[in-house]
Design a protein around this ligand. Sequence first.
Ligand code: HEM
Length: 141
Amino acid sequence: MTETIFEFLSKIGFHHPIHPALTHIPMGMVMGAAMFRVLSLIPRMKFLARTGYHCVVLGLLGIFPTAFAGYLDWQHTFQGQWEFLIILKMVLAVLLTLLMATILYLDDTETPKLNKVTLFYCLAVLCAIGLGFSGGELQYG
Ligand code: HEM
């Protein structure tokens, strides 16, 4: 299946890895979500908690195609070889998914506080940084 997809993309003139183009969705949404969350702790900016929550929704939706594209690139470019950075990326992708799903379930955007949920927003940023760093190491060495 992987090679069929890459052959098709090559025929229409696209010769690049597909994962990097999609990574911006979860990366950007996680960063935005945490920033809006932190700003919403200022009483006058409480309304931004909802914006942060919406970023989490979009970021979570973006994780699935991004991880799938990462899997395809891994199969195509790295011949599916197991190595530490790939395992790390898989663990971080699962962790990020769980954190964001938990935020969606627990968050109360009407009364944002410096609580466990805010900590989850910050941990999601750490996961995103880890995913980007390990991805960059894989790509550029
Ligand atoms: C939400 C999940 C993920 C995010 C946010 C993410 C993010 C990134 C980023 C930022 C890069 C660097 C791209 C660049 O060169 O500009 C990258 C590269 C890479 N990632 Fe991920 N990643 C995720 C999940 C995965 C998974 C699950 C796999 C493998 C199963 C994977 C495999 C790769 C590979 C092989 C590269 C090297 C570039 C390429 O050939 O695509 N990623 N990732």
